[in-house]
Ligand binder design. Structure first.
Ligand code: UDX
Length: 440
């Protein structure tokens, strides 16, 4: 099949590369010439395990192409994926200008039947706007060309995006005409295994499904985070509680880990956007509003513990931070708890020495030449002259450190673990003062 993917961000690039991997001819369009230059040379602009090989393999095989030429992109694919960014407006609603401008380009230049697929996470009702934009452009040209608009939200997790695309749990398709549904079935046939993965529904339900999934997962996390704070007050241990409830199949094991708050490009944005959509429809989403408030508070939980241990004024103190990305296996720092925590430590007069396995370049881009921040090249190097270690992201390489070495390196033997990485006895037996989240 001939496929155009508009937008070579996270979702677009992964989708384009994986669709080429199963034998399609894919052309990815981006208006950023620098991005396209890097991609044409076989580089990838994001850190995502396995993606570089899939891109390289398919470029060499001649199935994956990149362009900045809008006209070429519209002409190319019968299938046109829109996978451009939908950044939040000041009021939290998704900014649709890039989606609509992609739709306009298609309407302006198409000469034969197209299936236009919304892959970006977009508010309910966006497919109607996309349809209207294309219709309007066709009317300006005074031509009638048939097209379908489909909603096909993406459920990729950063760090596991290729795997998630190649082996999806489900493929949600919102489509309302036979031709589009048949085309979507053919498109996703290579990704079917064991059981039917396609869940076909109307367009609005598909749009809402994406938000419902992320909001539900964010709700589980905020719920566990609040319970963790309570567990500490009651002398209980959230890890035991997690194991006790996760074994109930109605609850399940996933997304029950208490920590120092969720971040990333999806949960914070989608929770806000759904609250906003509901408000516009005249409904308050009380549960989801609480999920967001609880998460804002949770990002400060480590600082609360640091204040309780070292006092309100942290001037002259130095903290080692392990983990800056919003989660492991990515260099993404969007809405990362590390940013809020580091800023608050600065505000209270402290300095920070930070280490992350892959997000150091991104950290430099964000914090620049901030004199209160030093960049370590190894985990142990960050500990030098530090009053305490603060762990924010659960990278595997922090999983089994030499606790006596940590103890020897720190000025004071204190560890704040924002991701409950250790059995508390291990650091404690090595003479460290250990603070987890909701641990006994
Ligand atoms: C998420 C969804 O999982 C994915 O389906 C959707 O397409 C995009 O949003 P992503 O943002 O990449 O993916 O990360 P995810 O692994 O879901 O983690 C999100 C945040 O939740 C991270 O900050 C993570 O640290 C936090 N989290 C996750 C917890 O605090 N506890 C958990 O138990 C799980």
């Amino acid at each position: 099949m001939k496929i155009t993917v508009v937008g070579t961000g996270y979702v677009g690039l992964v989708s384009g590369a994986c669709l080429a991997e199963v034998g399609n001819d894919v052309l990815c369009l981006d208006l950023n010439p620098e991005k396209i230059r890097v991609l044409k040379e076989g580089g990838i602009p994001i850190h995502e395990p396995g993606l570089d090989q899939v891109v390289a393999r398919n470029v060499v095989a001649g199935r994956l192409h990149f362009t900045t030429d809008i006209e070429e992109a519209v002409r190319f694919g019968t299938v046109q994926f829109i996978a451009v960014g939908t950044p939040p407006d000041e009021d939290g609603s998704a900014d649709l200008q890039y989606v609509i401008s992609a739709a306009r380009n298609i309407g302006r230049l198409m000469t034969d039947y197209k299936v236009v697929i919304d892959k970006s996470t977009v508010p309910v009702g966006t497919a109607d706007k996309v349809r209207a934009a294309i219709t309007e452009e066709l009317a300006k040209r005074g031509v009638e060309v048939p097209f379908s608009v489909v909603s096909n939200p993406e459920f990729l997790k950063e760090g596991a995006a290729v795997e998630d695309f190649m082996r999806p749990d489900r493929i949600v398709v919102g489509a309302e005409d036979e031709q589009a549904i048949n085309l979507m079935r053919a498109l996703y046939a290579p990704f079917q295994r064991n059981h039917e993965k396609l869940v076909i529904m109307d367009v609005r339900s598909a749009e809402l499904t994406k938000y419902a999934a992320n909001a539900m997962l964010a709700t589980r996390i905020s719920f566990m985070n609040e319970l963790a704070v309570l567990a500490e007050k009651l002398g209980a241990d959230i890890e035991h509680v997690r194991q006790g409830i996760g074994s109930d199949p109605r609850i399940g094991w996933h997304f029950l880990y208490a920590g120092c708050g969720y971040g990333g490009s999806c949960f914070p944005k989608d929770v806000k956007a759904l609250i906003r959509t509901a408000a516009e429809a005249g409904q308050g989403l009380k549960v989801l509003q609480a999920v967001e408030d609880a998460n804002d508070a949770q990002k400060m939980v480590l600082v609360d513990k640091i204040r309780a241990r070292f006092g309100e004024d942290l001037s002259g103190r130095r903290f080692a931070v392990w983990g800056l990305a919003f989660k492991p296996n990515t260099d993404d720092m969007r809405e990362a708890p590390s940013r809020v925590i580091i800023d608050e430590l600065f505000r209270r007069g402290a300095t920070v020495s930070a280490y992350d396995p892959v997000a150091m370049t991104e950290t430099r881009r964000i914090f620049g030449d901030e004199p209160r921040l030093s960049y370590a090249t190894r985990p142990m190097e960050a500990l030098r002259d530090a009053d305490a270690l603060v762990i924010i992201t659960e990278w595997k390489e922090f999983r089994s450190p030499d606790f006596s070495e940590i103890r020897a390196a720190l000025k004071q033997p204190v560890v704040f673990d924002g991701r409950n990485m250790y059995d508390p006895d291990l650091p404690r037996n090595a003479g460290l003062e250990y603070f987890g989240i909701g641990r006994k």
